[in-house]
Design a protein around this ligand. Structure first.
Ligand code: NAD
Length: 491
């Protein structure tokens, strides 16, 4: 590993440890962490036991009472200090993300900017109202609906944005007065461990942010079922979302789910093709195709199809796939061997079903790609809307391009999967654009542009893409419950 991730002055210390009640905690069991660019194991992280989960929950429960007793402006001061620490450690955090996740250093620096932004948006609630007063039936009374934190939030995160999704959950949760026990993905546990330490350095009280590491179906399940947990927030697959709903049903607690996506890009006849090709490619290949808002399928009007497809292939050929630590790298490897295999199986399955792989489709040629989880930018044509590659989340740098004739047909195809997170529309005609906004069954629609989403908005999946949502005003409210107070002060 080219980067110096461990050492006495590093956020991770000499080696990774869990972070419980402000203490570094080990476990007799460990799990290897490998570098996706080489496949080499470069460290081990503890595997939490049920006792560790209980310890973290109890530490959070205790710390939360004092934390919730602070005013919003006081909590905001602590979030401001976290932002200063992120600034001071930005490059170190970006390097951790590259090492465990495989995105390019340029993308990882962008992720850390996003990490800070989530704290900034949460900090924006510093002087926000904390409830409402309604007119009571009698004079001399107050009828107040107050906002209060839940208590202890169990937060469970995926591997594709290990730093940013930590912040997306922790920042609003603690700003609202909750304490958090967070479990990062088994594949990318390090950024969360580093960020928990960073929060402590910034003055977040011990126990307000805890990180335990381990298997989702074991450690994550224990977190969901623990008696102290008052809310669960997950970003992950729809499968994990379904399991977590089952795991929390007996406790009847709120669950916020940000799940998978199968975003369509729709290129209408009158679209600006330069912009559509460039943005469709960026939204397919960023983070090696591993973003819930990625362009997973592109529908192009039949009259522009050939031109779009050939230009898209030219852009795909130009993507610089390279060692993610290199400044000029544009795309790194997939995150794991398992993920590589899944993507390869989708491509092979599409070919077997009659599609044509016009570019890529496998590990790129060359000695530097022989190890690790490299996958070429890939373009597939001759695809029908019923094929798995168009219906299921691929989460890799593979684009099926499908021609369409009619507006109604393409809207029906776009709406035809189980997912409803993000959709993209390219047209210069405002009537078509707004009709599509009306008709698309997605929580997020972009017109003539792509993301990333802006955290003052609301990132919310429809259908099997989620339950609830994150960011901005509405995301913040997910971490608050209401208490109605009837107060008589006269007579
Ligand atoms: P995953 O579902 O395999 O794992 C996500 C997290 O859930 C991990 O920490 C895992 O350990 C945990 N987990 C799994 N089963 C669990 C269970 N039964 N109980 C408790 N915890 C459990 O997802 P992944 O492969 O890490 O991430 C990729 C997925 O995340 C994709 O589907 C992607 O679209 C989705 N995602 C969605 C968003 C969004 O905002 N909608 C953002 C990023 C990623």
């Amino acid at each position: 590993m080219a980067y110096q991730l461990f050492g006495p002055d590093r956020l991770l210390g000499e080696r990774p440890a869990m972070f419980i009640g402000g203490e570094r905690v080990d476990s007799p069991q460990t799990r290897p962490v490998d570098n996706p660019a080489t496949g080499e194991v470069f460290t081990e992280v503890p595997e939490a036991t049920a006792e560790h989960v209980d310890q973290a929950m109890r530490a959070a429960e205790t710390a939360q009472r004092e934390w919730a007793g602070r005013s919003l402006p006081e909590r905001a001061e602590v979030l401001a200090a976290v932002m200063r620490e992120i600034d001071a450690h930005a490059e170190e955090l970006a390097q951790i993300v590259v090492a465990e996740q495989g995105k390019t250093i340029t993308e990882a620096r962008g992720e850390i900017v996003g990490t800070r932004l989530f704290f900034d948006v949460a900090h924006g609630n510093k002087y926000a109202p904390i409830g409402e007063i309604f007119p009571p039936n009698q004079p001399g009374e107050h009828l107040m609906v107050r906002e209060e934190p839940y208590g202890v939030v169990a937060a469970i995160t995926p591997w594709n944005y290990p730093a940013a999704i930590f912040a997306r959950k922790v920042a609003p949760a603690i700003m609202a007065g909750n304490a958090v026990v967070l479990k990062p993905s088994e594949v990318t546990p390090l950024a969360a461990l580093a960020l928990a330490r960073l929060c402590q350095q910034a003055g977040v009280p011990d126990g307000v942010v805890n990180v335990v590491t381990g298997e989702g179906r074991v450690v994550g399940k224990q977190m969901c079922e623990h008696p102290v947990t008052q809310m669960v927030t997950l970003t992950g697959s729809s499968r994990a979302g379904q399991e977590i709903l089952r795991q929390t049903a007996a406790k009847v607690i709120p669950v916020s789910l940000e799940l998978g996506g199968k975003a369509p890009v729709i290129v209408f006849e009158d679209a600006d093709l330069d912009a559509a090709v460039e943005r469709a490619a960026e939204a397919r290949f960023w983070n090696c195709g591993q973003v819930c808002t990625c362009n997973e399928r592109t529908y192009v009007h039949a009259s522009r199809y050939d031109e779009f497809a050939s230009r898209f292939v030219e852009v795909a050929k130009q993507v610089k796939v390279a060692d993610p630590t290199r400044e000029d790298a544009q795309m790194g490897p997939k995150v794991s061997a398992e993920e590589w295999r899944k993507v390869k199986d989708f491509v092979d399955g599409a070919e077997a079903a009659g599609a044509t792989v016009v570019y890529g489709g496998d590990r790129p040629a060359g000695a530097e790609f022989a190890k690790g989880y490299w996958f070429s930018p890939t373009v597939i044509t001759g695809v029908g809307n019923e094929m798995d590659i168009v219906r299921q989340e691929v989460f890799g740098p593979v684009l099926p391009i499908v021609p369409f004739e009619k507006y109604d047909e393409v809207i029906a195809w776009a709406n035809s999967t189980d997912y409803g997170l993000t959709a993209y529309v390219f047209t210069q005609n405002i009537d078509i654009a707004m009709r599509a906004v009306d008709d698309l069954q997605f929580g997020e629609v972009y017109v003539n542009k792509i993301g990333p989403e802006q955290p003052q908005g609301f990132h919310t999946g429809w259908k099997m893409s989620g339950l609830g949502g994150e960011d901005g005003k509405y995301g913040y409210q997910r971490y608050l419950r209401k208490k109605t107070v009837y107060l008589r002060y006269r007579g």
